[in-house]
Design a protein around this ligand. Structure first.
Ligand code: P1T
Length: 392
């Protein structure tokens, strides 16, 4: 790491502000990481250099962000990508035809679509299972399984999966890597590597950047060989983010701890309000004691973030009306920004998931997903009240 002065035991917020940046390593000792836009680097002699050869293979601004990301997740290596799905594409490219991916059944619609399409093209076997029952992981593993993919909590049903239990099952077989998409919680609330995950993957587009203005992704790993393979693939496939975007995410990380505390507090208050509403039939929020995996959530996380779902007593018509009545909650895809958002996964983020799989997972037309932003909680509650009053 570039930050020689940072104590290994430094707290999360301290790391988020300082990790990856040692001012004295840069010309004029700037307090924040400079944006290096150069696409190439002068070499001392042919192939005689300090590791900076061409902008696709390495960039100093990107390296600073990667060092910060690795520090926050307690990992040895981090790689930045131009989107969360870009990271997923490179991870799947580790596999060869005939391999098998076992994935949790509930996951972001775009990841579901990517896995189905890439696997079909690359002749990779793909099966989905409900990982909340660990027997489904045990029974789902085949001789050719090389990758176990999961989100916890899952998108958009907020099922919580026992990462350590999944890793223990994976360990009873050879050569299986466990990948955890930690987009919904960030390392502030959950550190999958601590529970044995081999790779943590992020859509940095969400909480990590947190300001609804950058699309980016990342993967964090401990294993040197795996990191080398991923670096090779990222460079060979050309899946790299811009230095400007890297700078923006690095800047946003500095306030991650503060932002996540507020998202956590505000979403819990709103979830509790919804639970009491006569037209709300279910609130899917892992921070509520009524959540089926509440005990696991307490063990595996430091709380839940701002994104959660609820189901109401109406159908598609009421969902449309409710979403259109909101004044503060923007009717939009995505999550994790300062602005509160509301969406209908069945017609939006999960429209590419087959109707059959959506029905199995309970992604109905009355399941609404909220991303509670950083506005005042009382204002958000007022918005919900007026929208519910207008519809029910
Ligand atoms: O959008 P991108 O940066 O490529 O990230 C994809 C992605 C990966 N993993 C999870 C858990 C995600 O939620 C996403 C993107 N999700 C949305 C856009 C959404 O509204 O759920």
């Amino acid at each position: 790491m570039a930050d020689g002065f940072l104590a290994p035991k430094a707290g999360f917020a301290t790391k988020a502000i300082h990790a990856g940046h040692n001012p004295s390593k840069w010309y004029s000792s700037p307090a924040v990481v400079p944006i290096v836009t150069s696409t190439t680097y002068k070499q001392r002699g042919p192939n005689d250099n300090d590791g900076f050869v061409y902008g696709r293979s390495a960039n100093p601004t990107r390296n600073s962000l990667q060092d910060a990301l690795a520090a926050l997740d307690g990992g040895k290596h981090a790689l930045a990508f131009p989107s969360g799905l870009g990271a997923t594409t490179v991870l799947v490219s580790l596999l060869k035809h005939g391999d098998h991916i076992l994935s949790c059944d509930d996951l972001y619609g775009g990841t579901n679509r990517l896995l189905r399409n890439l696997c079909a093209k690359m002749d990779i076997e793909l099966t989905f299972a409900d990982f909340t029952n660990i027997d489904n992981v045990k029974n789902g593993i085949k001789n050719n399984t090389r990758m176990i993919w999961l989100e916890s909590p899952t998108n958009p049903s907020f099922k919580v999966i026992d990462i350590a239990a999944v890793k223990n099952v994976a360990n009873t077989h050879k050569d299986i890597i466990v990948i955890v998409d930690n987009t919904f919680l960030t390392p502030y609330l959950q550190r999958p590597l601590d529970f044995g995950a081999d790779v943590v993957v992020y859509s940095l587009t969400k909480y990590m950047n947190g300001h609804t203005d950058i699309i980016m992704g990342a993967a964090v790993v401990n294993d040197d060989e795996l990191a080398e393979k991923l670096k090779f693939l990222r460079n060979a496939l050309g899946v790299v983010p811009s230095p400007y975007d890297c700078y923006m995410v690095n800047r946003s990380l500095k306030t991650l701890a503060l932002r996540m505390e507020q998202h956590k507090k505000s979403s819990l208050a709103i979830a509790k309000w919804l639970q009491k509403h006569p037209n709300v039939t279910e609130v899917l929020h892992p921070g509520l004691p009524t959540h089926p995996q509440y005990a696991l959530t307490q063990k595996q996380t430091s709380g839940h973030s701002g994104v959660f779902s609820f189901k109401h007593s109406g159908g598609l018509k009421e969902s449309r009306q409710l979403l259109q009545k909101f004044k503060l909650f923007l009717l939009a895809e995505s999550l994790g920004g300062c602005e509160s958002l509301a969406s209908l996964p069945s017609l939006m983020t999960h429209a590419s998931v087959s109707a059959e799989q959506r029905a199995e997972l309970g992604i109905t037309d009355s399941l609404v997903r909220l991303s509670v932003g950083l506005e005042d909680t009382d204002d958000l509650l007022e918005d919900l009240k007026q929208a519910f009053k207008a519809v029910f």
